[in-house]
Design a protein around this ligand. Structure first.
Ligand SMILES: [Zn+2]
Length: 268
C-alpha cells in the first residue's frame, strides 16, 4: 500500500486543523507494538506499523514541535512538572519484538527521541508464544545483546510480565512473583533500574496496581485512551494505540482526540 507523500501534501488540509495543544494540556503516550511490514498470514494485522510510516510519524511530531521524554518525564508530568521541551510526549512499544531493534531504534536515534520498550522478560530471544491461540506466525523477540545495546543508548526498558501473563488471573503469590522476577531479570540484564510496567493485555485492577507498587514499580501504563497530566494516577497512565492504518490524517486525529477526551482542568 503506498504511503502518503508527506513532504508534498498540504498537511493542514489533511488533518483538518492544527494541534493547538501545549504541555499544560497534557502528555500523550503513544503505544506501538511492531514496526515492520505485515507478513502474509499474520492474523493480527493491526499491530504492524510499516517502518516508512513510523518514520513519517516521528517526522510529523518533530515538525509539530513534539519532543519525546522518557519514563521519568512522564512521571514528572503526573506530579505537575512541565518538561523543558516543546510539546512533550512519550513513545512506548509493548512486547519487545526483534523488529524494534532493526526498524524503530535507528529512527528514534536519528530524531534523538527516547522511548520505553516493555519487554516480556521470560521470552527474550524467543517468540511470542502467548499469541498461540490466534496466530500461526510467530515473531522473534528482542535478544539479550540488542536489549543491552538499546538500554545503553538511552532506550528505557520496562516490564511486560514474565510470560505476558493475564495478571488478573494470577494468585497473589504468582502475581507478586511475575512482577518481581520480570523486573529483576531486566535489571540484571541492563544494569539499570526498571520502574515502568505495561500491563499485559491491558489488564489490571486495584490488586494488580497495588502489587506493582509493592514490587518497586513507580508507573503502570494502561491501554486506556487519553493524555496524562498533573494528578493522573501514575499506575493508570493513559496511552494512544497506534495501529497499522495510522496514516497521518488518522494519526493526528487520534492525537487530537486523546487531548479532547481528557480535557484540561486548566482550560475550561
Ligand atoms: Zn503485550
Amino acid at each position: 500500500m503506498p504511503l502518503p507523500k508527506t513532504e508534498s501534501v498540504n498537511l493542514t488540509s489533511l488533518w483538518g486543523g492544527s494541534l493547538p495543544f501545549t504541555a499544560a494540556d497534557g502528555l500523550p503516550v503513544l503505544m506501538y507494538h511492531k514496526v515492520a511490514d505485515y507478513p502474509q498470514g499474520a492474523p493480527v494485522k493491526s499491530h504492524y506499523v510499516a517502518p516508512a510510516l513510523f518514520r513519517t510519524h516521528l517526522s510529523f511530531l518533530w515538525r509539530n514541535d513534539y519532543r519525546a521524554v522518557d519514563g521519568t518525564g512522564v512521571l514528572g508530568c503526573t506530579q505537575g512538572e512541565v518538561p523543558a521541551v516543546g510539546r512533550p510526549l512519550a513513545i512506548t512499544f509493548d512486547d519487545g519484538y526483534d523488529c524494534l531493534y532493526h526498524e524503530a531504534f535507528p529512527v528514534l536515534q536519528e530524531f534523538g527521541f527516547p522511548a520505553i520498550v516493555f519487554v516480556v522478560s521470560g521470552r527474550i530471544g524467543g517468540v511470542n508464544d502467548w499469541e498461540l491461540h490466534h496466530t500461526m506466525v510467530f515473531e522473534s523477540m528482542l535478544t539479550r545483546p540488542h536489549i543491552v545495546e538499546m538500554a545503553r543508548a538511552g532506550i528505557e526498558i520496562g516490564s511486560h510480565g514474565m510470560a505476558h501473563e493475564h495478571l488478573l488471573r494470577l494468585s497473589d503469590g504468582k502475581l507478586r512473583a511475575a512482577l518481581r522476577d520480570s523486573k529483576a531479570a531486566l535489571e540484571d540484564l541492563t544494569g539499570r533500574r526498571v520502574t515502568a510496567l505495561s500491563y499485559p493485555f491491558g489488564e489490571h485492577d486495584e490488586r494488580v496496581r497495588a502489587a506493582a507498587a509493592e514490587a518497586g514499580y513507580t508507573s503502570g501504563y494502561s491501554t486506556q485512551r487519553g493524555v496524562n497530566r498533573a494528578g493522573t494516577d501514575p499506575f493508570l497512565l493513559k496511552r494512544i494505540n497506534v495501529r497499522r492504518y495510522a496514516y497521518l490524517p488518522l494519526f493526528s486525529r487520534k492525537l487530537r482526540l486523546a487531548y479532547l477526551m481528557s480535557p484540561s482542568p486548566l482550560r475550561p
